[in-house]
Design a binder for this molecule. Structure first.
Ligand code: NAD
Length: 351
């Protein structure tokens, strides 16, 4: 894949490849934008079929972070690290020390945190050699730690905004909500939905997680392949990306799709497909910004958990703005949201 060709299309500033034979580290750090501040975004460790797949993931995810951070009102650009996992050699602490040195070598242009496959303990290793890390447990009322509960808080507020816009009331009481994936974010969100009086339909490929949500919230469990077509008011993707596509969209019976999962639309055109079916799609990178708000405020160092809460409370306003513009312009919400994010970055560039 040609870097300059891609950069011209997607706008990346730089992409860095790292190889540390001693620890076995092979990593890519993609910096999409530092216009609004250091490029913030987690580190994903994944077994990629090949290097091109890893690079594509890093490019796509880092660009998404620019949009997410801009829409969350953060003084941060977008970046992402991917570590190419070796299925035959589980990662050692040395590997994360080496990764920390890679982050340090970029001199603060990229700030890392957890993503899929990377734990707090992994980051603790990296932290020994760099301070350019977020997502570690906070001390004394400072912002930080596991971002998942904050993500769930933002999604809950966003669901209220979506219900208000589409159903005429921000109350979630008595709504039927179908949640795909009851892991860290999905479970916490189910708790809030249950407390708000919603009735829950859930699925997960992990049976322990299913049993936990059933026991704690009286949720009705369905098979993973049935969740999309449930007779529900809201479909809440909290598991995988690319679940909204040409095949799945015609099966949706909910009038709102809003959840934590990243990159829910398989393609940009799927936003139009949802709009054609009169389904309100809530742009994922806006509604799921709670976690990055917590991580960014942790990194900034002078912020408290109250600051995080206050910033997350702005998510519904941002969403209402998107819904209103989408209605006015007769455009899909994903397109309106992308344009809004691009305008925020452009304003930062000319400031
Ligand atoms: P998690 O791994 O804790 O939970 C995901 C759950 O989805 C797991 O229980 C898993 O078993 C389940 N799952 C996987 N495949 C499934 C399938 N085919 N059908 C049903 N369930 C399936 O992850 P999480 O931290 O809760 O994140 C959930 C989603 O939200 C991910 O897409 C993640 O990228 C996104 N997200 C998370 C955060 C955060 O703060 N954790 C922030 C922003 C976005």
């Amino acid at each position: 894949m040609m870097f300059f060709e891609n950069a011209a299309r997607l706008g990346h500033e730089s992409v860095h490849h790292f190889n540390d034979p001693k620890s076995g580290l092979k990593a890519i750090i993609a910096i999409h934008s530092t216009v609004l501040g250091p490029a913030g975004g987690g580190c994903r460790m994944w077994h990629y079929e090949n290097e091109a797949e890893a690079l594509t993931d890093a490019l796509r995810l880092s660009r998404g972070m620019t949009y997410k951070n801009a829409m969350a009102g953060l003084p941060m650009g977008g970046g992402k690290a991917v570590i190419l996992a070796d299925p035959d050699n589980p990662p050692t602490d040395d590997l994360f020390l080496a990764f920390g040195r890679c982050v340090e070598s970029l001199g603060g242009r990229y700030v890392t945190a957890e993503d899929v496959g990377v734990s707090v303990d992994n980051l603790r290793q990296g932290k020994q050699v760099t301070d350019i890390v977020a997502g570690l447990p906070p001390t004394g009322g400072h912002a930080g730690g596991d971002p998942s509960p904050w993500t769930a808080d933002g999604v809950f507020l966003g669901l209220q905004a979506a219900a208000k816009h589409r159903l005429g009331s921000g109350s979630l009481r008595s709504l039927r909500v179908a949640v795909q994936g009851v892991g860290k974010v999905g479970y916490d969100l189910c708790r809030q939905l249950h407390d708000a009086g919603a009735s829950l339909i859930i699925c997960d490929v992990n049976q322990q997680n299913v049993a936990r949500a059933q026991a704690d919230f009286g949720a009705q469990a369905v098979a993973p392949e049935q969740i999309i077509s449930q007779d529900a008011d809201v479909l809440v993707p909290c598991a995988l990306g690319a679940i909204l596509d040409e095949q799945s969209i015609p099966q949706i019976r909910a009038s709102i799709v809003a959840g934590a999962a990243n990159n829910q639309l398989a393609t940009e055109a799927d936003g139009q497909r949802l709009r054609d079916r009169n389904i309100l799609y809530v742009p994922d990178y806006v509604i799921n910004g709670g976690g990055i708000i917590s991580a960014a405020f942790e990194y900034m160092g002078d912020k408290s958990t109250d600051d995080v809460r206050a910033q997350i409370a702005l998510i519904p306003e941002r969403l209402s703005e998107i819904f209103a513009s989408a209605d006015k312009q007769q455009q899909p919400t994903n397109i309106v949201s992308d344009l809004m994010a691009e305008r925020i970055v452009a304003a930062g560039a000319s400031a």
